[in-house]
Ligand binder design. Structure first.
Ligand SMILES: *[C@@H]1O[C@H](CO)[C@@H](O)[C@H](O)[C@H]1NC(C)=O
Length: 220
């Protein structure tokens, strides 16, 4: 019993560091804030800061997410994000918030964020959301307004508005200033320059004609 008691904090610490090691966030800032200097020509990990004496409340506020996104595209979705351009005060803080608008029966196609986990909350409508783990197991859930779902860092995930008429709205928080996004279908069939046909034919077990059709459909 005593040995158990002694090893427990160590075990807990070990487990915690393993978990944290796998979902490491952006580096910790060394300042209270580093309001982004949009005019700077320096390229560093993040965006350089303006003089702290020049910082005001307006640097920490944005209405960027108040507007409905334009969902008139082949998938029927739109993503609007807070950025260092529309919300300079978020620079170096390791997070962004995004608004996702999805038209009736629209989708956010399977995609991944290489640098962030994402927790999404349905604000309006009915959403079918899900992700695929690295053993190709799928986890899905239907979300109603007020319900949230989490997509683990780097894993392929999707959102679908299961109502054919009403638009849906979700809001997501991601734990990186620059999560990055790769849409699986576009990364494979609409890359510039294109991935050679022979690779796509073998990878997807399809013909050259089918490769061309998918490319054309996706604007590749
Ligand atoms: C939405 O996007 C489409 C396609 O890009 C464009 O034709 C249309 O004018 C846009 N609608 C609005 C309201 O901006």
């Amino acid at each position: 019993m005593r040995t158990h008691f002694h090893s427990l904090p160590l075990f807990f610490w070990f487990t915690l560091s393993l978990i944290l090691g796998q979902t490491r966030p952006d580096p910790d800032p060394l300042q209270d804030y580093c309001v982004a200097d949009s005019k700077s020509n320096f390229f560093i990990n993040g965006v350089p800061c303006i003089n702290p004496d020049k910082v005001s409340s307006s640097h920490f506020v944005t209405s960027a997410l108040s507007k409905t996104g334009n969902t008139s595209n082949q998938f029927g979705f739109s993503v609007t994000a807070t950025t260092t351009a529309n919300l300079p005060g978020l620079n170096t803080l390791g997070l962004v918030l995004v608004r996702v608008d999805i038209a009736g029966n629209g989708i956010v196609p399977p995609h991944s964020h290489p640098r962030a986990s994402e927790v999404t909350t349905c604000l309006k409508g009915l959403l079918l959301v899900g992700f695929v783990d690295t053993s190709n197991r799928v986890f899905t859930q239907n979300l109603r307004p007020g319900e949230s779902f989490v997509f683990p860092k780097g894993l392929v995930h999707f959102l679908f508005n299961s109502d054919s008429r009403e638009p849906a709205i979700a809001i997501s928080g991601l734990n990186s200033q620059n999560p990055g996004a790769q849409i699986a279908s576009l990364a494979t069939f609409a890359s510039k320059p294109p991935i050679p046909d022979d690779i796509l034919k073998k990878a997807f077990q399809i013909s050259k004609g089918e490769v061309e059709t998918i490319r054309r459909n996706l604007g590749g």
